[in-house]
Design a protein. Sequence first.
Length: 176
Amino acid sequence: MRGRRPDISPIGPVVSSAHLAASDLPELSELEFAITMANHAFQRWITRCMTAAGASGMSSLEVLILHLVHHRGRPKTLADICLVLNIEDTHLVNYALRKLAERGLVETGRKSKEKTAAITNEGAKLCARYAEIREALLVRGAQAAGIDPAEISRLSALLRTLFGNYDQAARAAAAL
């Protein structure tokens, strides 16, 4: 038996709530734990990347909104921002826009009765610096790890589908 590894029995899925994993689909609980970990890691990353780009103290929501407002160089309505980021509480987005405007990164305005936000030159420069840091630290690291871009796209599509199921279940739960 010398030099031979002992058999290691499977310990089951890695979850944070065993009582939720005790279901017909324990893999879903495993996914939920992975999403939780990924969410926190992503939020930590985007705020620290933005700090490295020169804008400390921004919340993760402010970073996401800044990039979305910069997307395609067109002003966005408050409703568009909420829709794209899947945020129900417009007050959160409104507050983040106000903070971004105070920093001079976006300009708010009106399109009919709707509030709009457009990127400023300063906001565009900050987004460009963020992109440089992201490329150097995150993209190159993912490439060096040999992650297949097609697998990333496949996983993204799968997650969007699953999150649609979560949205539908949330609506059903609200109706109970």
